[in-house]
Design a protein around this ligand. Structure first.
Ligand SMILES: [Zn+2]
Length: 405
Protein backbone atom coordinates (compact mmCIF):
# COMPACT_ATOMS: atom_id res chain seq x y z
CA UNK A 1 0.00 0.00 0.00
CA UNK A 2 1.35 3.41 -0.97
CA UNK A 3 -0.10 6.32 0.99
CA UNK A 4 0.77 9.93 0.50
CA UNK A 5 1.24 12.38 -2.28
CA UNK A 6 1.42 14.80 0.58
CA UNK A 7 4.01 16.25 2.93
CA UNK A 8 6.09 13.75 4.89
CA UNK A 9 7.96 14.51 8.09
CA UNK A 10 10.43 11.66 8.51
CA UNK A 11 11.39 12.45 12.08
CA UNK A 12 11.78 15.21 14.66
CA UNK A 13 15.04 16.49 13.20
CA UNK A 14 14.10 16.66 9.51
CA UNK A 15 12.02 19.04 7.41
CA UNK A 16 8.80 18.07 5.56
CA UNK A 17 9.01 17.15 1.87
CA UNK A 18 6.51 16.04 -0.76
CA UNK A 19 6.33 12.26 -1.01
CA UNK A 20 4.66 9.02 -0.03
CA UNK A 21 5.15 6.01 2.21
CA UNK A 22 4.98 2.42 1.02
CA UNK A 23 3.82 -0.03 3.67
CA UNK A 24 3.94 -3.81 3.67
CA UNK A 25 3.11 -6.19 6.50
CA UNK A 26 2.94 -3.43 9.10
CA UNK A 27 6.42 -2.18 8.25
CA UNK A 28 7.56 0.76 6.15
CA UNK A 29 8.96 -0.67 2.91
CA UNK A 30 10.23 2.66 1.60
CA UNK A 31 9.72 6.38 1.79
CA UNK A 32 9.37 7.94 -1.63
CA UNK A 33 10.35 11.51 -2.46
CA UNK A 34 8.37 13.44 -5.05
CA UNK A 35 5.00 12.92 -6.67
CA UNK A 36 3.85 9.31 -7.14
CA UNK A 37 0.70 7.45 -7.94
CA UNK A 38 -0.50 6.74 -4.37
CA UNK A 39 -3.21 4.14 -3.68
CA UNK A 40 -4.40 6.43 -0.96
CA UNK A 41 -4.04 10.05 -1.95
CA UNK A 42 -3.60 12.28 1.07
CA UNK A 43 -2.86 15.56 -0.69
CA UNK A 44 -3.39 18.61 1.48
CA UNK A 45 -2.13 16.68 4.50
CA UNK A 46 1.10 15.84 6.30
CA UNK A 47 2.19 12.40 7.52
CA UNK A 48 4.27 12.48 10.70
CA UNK A 49 5.54 9.74 13.03
CA UNK A 50 2.90 8.73 15.58
CA UNK A 51 3.24 9.69 19.24
CA UNK A 52 3.97 7.44 22.25
CA UNK A 53 2.41 8.04 25.65
CA UNK A 54 4.78 6.64 28.27
CA UNK A 55 2.55 6.93 31.32
CA UNK A 56 -1.15 6.34 31.75
CA UNK A 57 -3.76 4.25 33.50
CA UNK A 58 -6.02 3.70 30.51
CA UNK A 59 -9.23 2.57 32.26
CA UNK A 60 -9.27 5.80 34.26
CA UNK A 61 -11.17 7.34 31.35
CA UNK A 62 -14.13 6.06 33.39
CA UNK A 63 -13.07 8.35 36.27
CA UNK A 64 -12.55 11.53 34.27
CA UNK A 65 -13.53 14.66 36.15
CA UNK A 66 -14.61 12.86 39.32
CA UNK A 67 -12.01 14.42 41.61
CA UNK A 68 -11.19 18.07 41.02
CA UNK A 69 -9.59 20.73 43.24
CA UNK A 70 -8.23 18.23 45.76
CA UNK A 71 -4.84 17.67 47.36
CA UNK A 72 -2.87 14.72 45.96
CA UNK A 73 -3.69 12.63 49.06
CA UNK A 74 -7.43 13.44 49.03
CA UNK A 75 -7.51 12.93 45.27
CA UNK A 76 -5.99 9.43 45.53
CA UNK A 77 -7.09 8.03 48.86
CA UNK A 78 -10.53 9.53 49.45
CA UNK A 79 -11.89 9.87 45.91
CA UNK A 80 -10.17 7.76 43.26
CA UNK A 81 -9.61 4.55 45.24
CA UNK A 82 -13.23 4.35 46.42
CA UNK A 83 -14.49 4.26 42.83
CA UNK A 84 -11.65 2.09 41.54
CA UNK A 85 -12.69 -0.57 44.05
CA UNK A 86 -15.95 -0.94 42.14
CA UNK A 87 -14.45 -1.36 38.67
CA UNK A 88 -15.13 -4.75 37.13
CA UNK A 89 -13.13 -6.54 34.43
CA UNK A 90 -15.71 -5.55 31.84
CA UNK A 91 -15.53 -1.90 32.88
CA UNK A 92 -11.73 -1.97 32.56
CA UNK A 93 -12.10 -3.44 29.05
CA UNK A 94 -14.45 -0.72 27.82
CA UNK A 95 -12.57 2.03 29.67
CA UNK A 96 -9.43 0.96 27.79
CA UNK A 97 -11.25 0.96 24.44
CA UNK A 98 -12.40 4.49 25.21
CA UNK A 99 -8.84 5.53 26.12
CA UNK A 100 -7.55 4.16 22.82
CA UNK A 101 -10.28 5.97 20.89
CA UNK A 102 -9.18 9.22 22.47
CA UNK A 103 -5.47 8.55 22.02
CA UNK A 104 -5.82 7.46 18.39
CA UNK A 105 -7.74 10.66 17.69
CA UNK A 106 -4.72 12.54 19.02
CA UNK A 107 -2.15 10.69 16.93
CA UNK A 108 -0.91 8.29 19.61
CA UNK A 109 0.12 4.79 18.48
CA UNK A 110 1.25 3.30 21.78
CA UNK A 111 1.06 3.69 25.54
CA UNK A 112 2.55 2.43 28.78
CA UNK A 113 -0.08 1.25 31.23
CA UNK A 114 -0.18 0.37 34.93
CA UNK A 115 -3.46 -0.79 36.45
CA UNK A 116 -5.42 -3.79 37.78
CA UNK A 117 -7.54 -6.28 35.80
CA UNK A 118 -4.67 -5.69 33.34
CA UNK A 119 -5.67 -8.88 31.48
CA UNK A 120 -8.68 -6.89 30.28
CA UNK A 121 -6.54 -3.94 29.29
CA UNK A 122 -4.57 -6.42 27.16
CA UNK A 123 -7.76 -7.72 25.52
CA UNK A 124 -8.85 -4.19 24.68
CA UNK A 125 -5.43 -3.42 23.16
CA UNK A 126 -5.58 -6.65 21.13
CA UNK A 127 -9.03 -5.72 19.83
CA UNK A 128 -8.45 -2.02 19.13
CA UNK A 129 -5.00 -2.42 17.59
CA UNK A 130 -2.70 -0.02 19.39
CA UNK A 131 0.75 -0.83 20.76
CA UNK A 132 1.21 -1.04 24.51
CA UNK A 133 3.61 -1.88 27.27
CA UNK A 134 1.35 -3.31 29.97
CA UNK A 135 2.05 -3.76 33.66
CA UNK A 136 0.03 -4.85 36.66
CA UNK A 137 0.25 -2.19 39.40
CA UNK A 138 2.19 -3.74 42.30
CA UNK A 139 1.89 -2.75 45.98
CA UNK A 140 2.50 -4.75 49.13
CA UNK A 141 1.68 -4.54 52.79
CA UNK A 142 4.51 -5.93 54.91
CA UNK A 143 5.51 -8.41 52.26
CA UNK A 144 1.97 -9.48 51.32
CA UNK A 145 1.00 -8.32 47.83
CA UNK A 146 -2.27 -10.25 47.55
CA UNK A 147 -0.95 -12.21 44.55
CA UNK A 148 -0.27 -9.15 42.42
CA UNK A 149 3.21 -10.15 41.27
CA UNK A 150 1.88 -13.59 40.28
CA UNK A 151 -0.82 -11.84 38.26
CA UNK A 152 1.82 -9.68 36.57
CA UNK A 153 3.83 -12.82 35.74
CA UNK A 154 0.77 -14.53 34.32
CA UNK A 155 0.12 -11.46 32.19
CA UNK A 156 3.73 -11.57 31.00
CA UNK A 157 3.62 -15.21 29.96
CA UNK A 158 0.28 -14.86 28.20
CA UNK A 159 0.66 -11.54 26.39
CA UNK A 160 4.30 -10.51 26.03
CA UNK A 161 5.25 -10.01 22.38
CA UNK A 162 1.77 -10.87 21.13
CA UNK A 163 1.45 -9.71 17.51
CA UNK A 164 4.62 -7.64 18.02
CA UNK A 165 2.28 -4.97 19.43
CA UNK A 166 1.88 -5.91 23.08
CA UNK A 167 4.78 -6.00 25.51
CA UNK A 168 4.51 -6.76 29.20
CA UNK A 169 6.66 -5.33 31.96
CA UNK A 170 6.30 -4.98 35.73
CA UNK A 171 4.59 -2.15 37.58
CA UNK A 172 5.86 -1.45 41.11
CA UNK A 173 3.56 1.45 41.98
CA UNK A 174 6.06 3.57 43.90
CA UNK A 175 8.71 3.34 46.61
CA UNK A 176 6.10 4.55 49.13
CA UNK A 177 3.64 1.73 48.40
CA UNK A 178 6.24 -1.05 47.97
CA UNK A 179 8.58 -2.39 50.66
CA UNK A 180 12.29 -2.62 49.88
CA UNK A 181 12.20 -6.43 49.93
CA UNK A 182 9.29 -6.41 47.50
CA UNK A 183 11.03 -3.96 45.16
CA UNK A 184 14.15 -6.13 45.18
CA UNK A 185 12.05 -9.15 44.23
CA UNK A 186 10.34 -7.27 41.37
CA UNK A 187 13.66 -5.95 40.03
CA UNK A 188 15.09 -9.51 40.18
CA UNK A 189 12.17 -10.95 38.22
CA UNK A 190 12.35 -8.15 35.64
CA UNK A 191 16.09 -8.59 35.22
CA UNK A 192 15.72 -12.36 34.81
CA UNK A 193 13.06 -11.92 32.10
CA UNK A 194 14.80 -8.90 30.56
CA UNK A 195 11.51 -7.03 30.96
CA UNK A 196 11.13 -3.32 31.71
CA UNK A 197 9.51 -1.82 34.78
CA UNK A 198 7.51 1.34 35.23
CA UNK A 199 7.20 3.15 38.54
CA UNK A 200 5.95 6.45 39.98
CA UNK A 201 9.06 8.23 41.18
CA UNK A 202 9.50 11.48 43.12
CA UNK A 203 6.03 12.66 42.15
CA UNK A 204 5.35 14.73 45.29
CA UNK A 205 7.66 16.77 47.51
CA UNK A 206 6.77 14.49 50.44
CA UNK A 207 8.43 11.44 48.97
CA UNK A 208 11.48 10.66 50.98
CA UNK A 209 13.72 7.79 49.91
CA UNK A 210 17.16 7.32 48.48
CA UNK A 211 17.52 6.93 44.72
CA UNK A 212 20.96 5.40 45.25
CA UNK A 213 19.38 2.74 47.42
CA UNK A 214 16.66 2.03 44.85
CA UNK A 215 19.27 1.61 42.14
CA UNK A 216 21.26 -0.72 44.37
CA UNK A 217 18.15 -2.79 45.09
CA UNK A 218 18.33 -3.72 41.41
CA UNK A 219 16.66 -0.89 39.54
CA UNK A 220 19.92 0.06 37.84
CA UNK A 221 19.92 -3.27 36.04
CA UNK A 222 16.42 -3.07 34.58
CA UNK A 223 15.00 -0.79 31.94
CA UNK A 224 12.95 1.73 33.89
CA UNK A 225 10.25 4.17 32.84
CA UNK A 226 9.96 6.53 35.79
CA UNK A 227 6.81 8.62 35.81
CA UNK A 228 6.79 12.22 37.06
CA UNK A 229 10.30 12.71 38.54
CA UNK A 230 9.27 16.22 39.67
CA UNK A 231 11.58 16.05 42.67
CA UNK A 232 14.24 13.70 41.28
CA UNK A 233 17.52 14.58 43.03
CA UNK A 234 19.61 16.74 40.68
CA UNK A 235 22.88 15.18 41.78
CA UNK A 236 21.65 11.88 40.27
CA UNK A 237 21.30 13.20 36.69
CA UNK A 238 24.86 12.38 35.66
CA UNK A 239 24.51 8.81 36.86
CA UNK A 240 21.09 8.26 35.28
CA UNK A 241 22.19 9.21 31.78
CA UNK A 242 24.25 6.04 31.54
CA UNK A 243 21.46 3.75 32.76
CA UNK A 244 18.48 2.35 30.81
CA UNK A 245 16.42 4.95 32.66
CA UNK A 246 13.67 6.95 30.94
CA UNK A 247 11.78 9.77 32.59
CA UNK A 248 8.09 10.04 31.69
CA UNK A 249 7.30 13.72 32.01
CA UNK A 250 3.60 14.33 32.83
CA UNK A 251 3.31 18.14 32.96
CA UNK A 252 -0.49 18.49 33.19
CA UNK A 253 -0.93 15.92 35.94
CA UNK A 254 1.98 17.39 37.91
CA UNK A 255 0.42 20.84 37.78
CA UNK A 256 -3.15 19.74 38.38
CA UNK A 257 -2.28 17.75 41.51
CA UNK A 258 -0.05 20.56 42.76
CA UNK A 259 3.16 18.56 42.56
CA UNK A 260 5.20 21.12 40.65
CA UNK A 261 7.28 21.36 37.48
CA UNK A 262 9.82 18.65 36.70
CA UNK A 263 13.23 20.13 35.81
CA UNK A 264 13.32 18.37 32.45
CA UNK A 265 15.54 20.94 30.76
CA UNK A 266 18.28 20.26 33.28
CA UNK A 267 17.70 16.53 32.76
CA UNK A 268 17.96 16.91 28.97
CA UNK A 269 21.13 19.02 29.35
CA UNK A 270 22.58 16.15 31.38
CA UNK A 271 21.54 13.65 28.66
CA UNK A 272 18.90 11.99 30.83
CA UNK A 273 16.35 10.39 28.47
CA UNK A 274 13.03 12.22 28.75
CA UNK A 275 9.72 11.05 27.24
CA UNK A 276 6.14 12.31 27.56
CA UNK A 277 3.07 10.94 29.28
CA UNK A 278 -0.46 12.04 30.01
CA UNK A 279 -1.05 10.10 33.26
CA UNK A 280 -4.60 8.82 33.78
CA UNK A 281 -7.74 10.73 32.86
CA UNK A 282 -8.59 11.42 36.51
CA UNK A 283 -5.56 13.68 36.86
CA UNK A 284 -5.16 15.30 33.46
CA UNK A 285 -8.10 15.05 32.25
CA UNK A 286 -7.37 14.32 28.61
CA UNK A 287 -5.12 11.96 26.68
CA UNK A 288 -3.74 14.50 24.23
CA UNK A 289 0.02 14.28 23.91
CA UNK A 290 0.20 17.27 21.55
CA UNK A 291 -1.11 19.32 24.45
CA UNK A 292 1.52 17.82 26.79
CA UNK A 293 4.22 18.62 24.25
CA UNK A 294 3.21 22.25 24.17
CA UNK A 295 2.89 22.49 27.93
CA UNK A 296 6.27 20.81 28.42
CA UNK A 297 7.78 23.43 26.16
CA UNK A 298 6.07 26.42 27.80
CA UNK A 299 6.91 25.36 31.35
CA UNK A 300 10.63 25.33 30.56
CA UNK A 301 10.46 28.54 28.54
CA UNK A 302 9.06 30.27 31.61
CA UNK A 303 12.65 30.47 32.88
CA UNK A 304 14.37 30.96 29.54
CA UNK A 305 12.57 31.05 26.14
CA UNK A 306 15.63 29.65 24.41
CA UNK A 307 14.99 26.29 26.05
CA UNK A 308 13.04 23.42 24.45
CA UNK A 309 13.22 23.93 20.69
CA UNK A 310 10.54 22.12 18.69
CA UNK A 311 12.90 19.29 17.68
CA UNK A 312 13.43 18.45 21.35
CA UNK A 313 9.68 18.45 22.01
CA UNK A 314 8.89 16.27 18.99
CA UNK A 315 11.66 13.83 19.90
CA UNK A 316 10.22 13.37 23.42
CA UNK A 317 6.74 12.74 22.05
CA UNK A 318 7.72 10.34 19.25
CA UNK A 319 10.94 8.34 18.90
CA UNK A 320 12.15 8.65 22.50
CA UNK A 321 8.83 7.35 23.85
CA UNK A 322 8.83 4.47 21.38
CA UNK A 323 12.39 3.60 22.37
CA UNK A 324 11.49 3.61 26.06
CA UNK A 325 8.68 1.16 25.36
CA UNK A 326 10.79 -1.07 23.13
CA UNK A 327 9.30 -0.37 19.69
CA UNK A 328 11.13 0.55 16.49
CA UNK A 329 8.78 3.44 15.83
CA UNK A 330 8.86 7.21 15.77
CA UNK A 331 10.67 7.57 12.45
CA UNK A 332 9.34 7.13 8.93
CA UNK A 333 12.05 5.06 7.35
CA UNK A 334 12.57 1.73 5.63
CA UNK A 335 12.19 -1.24 8.03
CA UNK A 336 10.66 0.86 10.80
CA UNK A 337 7.15 0.18 12.11
CA UNK A 338 4.33 1.73 10.08
CA UNK A 339 3.09 3.82 13.03
CA UNK A 340 2.10 7.23 11.73
CA UNK A 341 -0.44 9.95 11.98
CA UNK A 342 -1.96 12.21 9.34
CA UNK A 343 -2.78 15.86 9.95
CA UNK A 344 -4.97 18.05 7.78
CA UNK A 345 -3.08 21.13 6.59
CA UNK A 346 -6.33 22.97 5.88
CA UNK A 347 -6.79 23.50 9.62
CA UNK A 348 -6.52 27.25 10.27
CA UNK A 349 -3.78 26.79 12.87
CA UNK A 350 -1.47 25.16 10.29
CA UNK A 351 -0.82 28.39 8.32
CA UNK A 352 1.76 29.46 7.15
CA UNK A 353 2.88 26.06 5.88
CA UNK A 354 6.56 27.07 5.87
CA UNK A 355 6.62 26.66 9.68
CA UNK A 356 4.69 23.43 10.09
CA UNK A 357 6.95 21.89 12.71
CA UNK A 358 6.51 24.91 14.95
CA UNK A 359 2.74 24.62 14.53
CA UNK A 360 2.81 20.94 15.50
CA UNK A 361 4.19 21.86 18.92
CA UNK A 362 2.80 25.31 19.59
CA UNK A 363 -0.48 25.62 17.64
CA UNK A 364 -2.02 22.28 16.64
CA UNK A 365 -5.12 21.16 18.60
CA UNK A 366 -4.10 17.53 18.48
CA UNK A 367 -7.17 16.44 16.50
CA UNK A 368 -5.59 14.41 13.73
CA UNK A 369 -7.12 13.17 10.48
CA UNK A 370 -5.95 9.57 10.89
CA UNK A 371 -3.67 7.31 12.90
CA UNK A 372 -2.06 4.09 11.69
CA UNK A 373 -0.55 1.43 13.94
CA UNK A 374 1.42 -1.47 12.46
CA UNK A 375 0.11 -0.67 9.00
CA UNK A 376 -3.56 -0.59 10.04
CA UNK A 377 -5.78 2.47 10.44
CA UNK A 378 -7.15 2.60 13.98
CA UNK A 379 -8.64 6.04 13.40
CA UNK A 380 -9.54 7.50 10.03
CA UNK A 381 -11.51 10.66 9.32
CA UNK A 382 -13.81 10.43 12.34
CA UNK A 383 -14.18 6.63 12.22
CA UNK A 384 -12.68 3.78 14.23
CA UNK A 385 -12.36 0.91 11.71
CA UNK A 386 -11.30 -1.78 14.22
CA UNK A 387 -14.20 -1.60 16.68
CA UNK A 388 -17.98 -1.45 16.80
CA UNK A 389 -18.41 2.09 18.11
CA UNK A 390 -22.17 1.72 18.66
CA UNK A 391 -21.58 -1.27 20.94
CA UNK A 392 -18.88 0.58 22.89
CA UNK A 393 -21.20 3.55 23.39
CA UNK A 394 -23.99 1.27 24.62
CA UNK A 395 -21.71 -0.41 27.16
CA UNK A 396 -20.26 2.89 28.37
CA UNK A 397 -23.75 4.18 29.01
CA UNK A 398 -24.49 1.15 31.19
CA UNK A 399 -21.17 1.60 33.03
CA UNK A 400 -21.92 5.24 33.74
CA UNK A 401 -25.26 4.25 35.25
CA UNK A 402 -23.63 1.59 37.42
CA UNK A 403 -20.87 3.85 38.69
CA UNK A 404 -22.54 7.19 39.07
CA UNK A 405 -26.29 6.96 39.58
ZN1 LIG B 1 0.37 7.44 37.34
Amino acid sequence: MIVGNCLILKDYSSEPFLGAVEIEGGIIKRVIQGRVEAELDLSGKIIVPALFNTHTHAPMTLLRGIAEDLSFEDWLFSRVLSIENRLTEKMVYYGTLLAQMEMARHGIAGFVDMYFHEEWVARAVRDFGMRALLTRGLVDDQGDDGGRLDENLKLYHKWNELDGRILVGFGPHSPYLCSKEYLRKIFDVAEFLDAPITIHLYETSKENYSLTELLKLGMEKVKTIAAHCVHLPKESFDKLKDLPFFVSHNPTSNLKLGNGIAPIWEMIEHDVKVTLGTDGSASNNSLNLFFEMRLASLLQKMKDPRRMNVDTCLRMGTIEGAKAMGFKSGRLEEKWNADLTVIDLKLPEMFPSKYLKNHLVHAFSGNVFATMVAGRWVYYDGKYPTIDVKEVERELKKIEKELYS
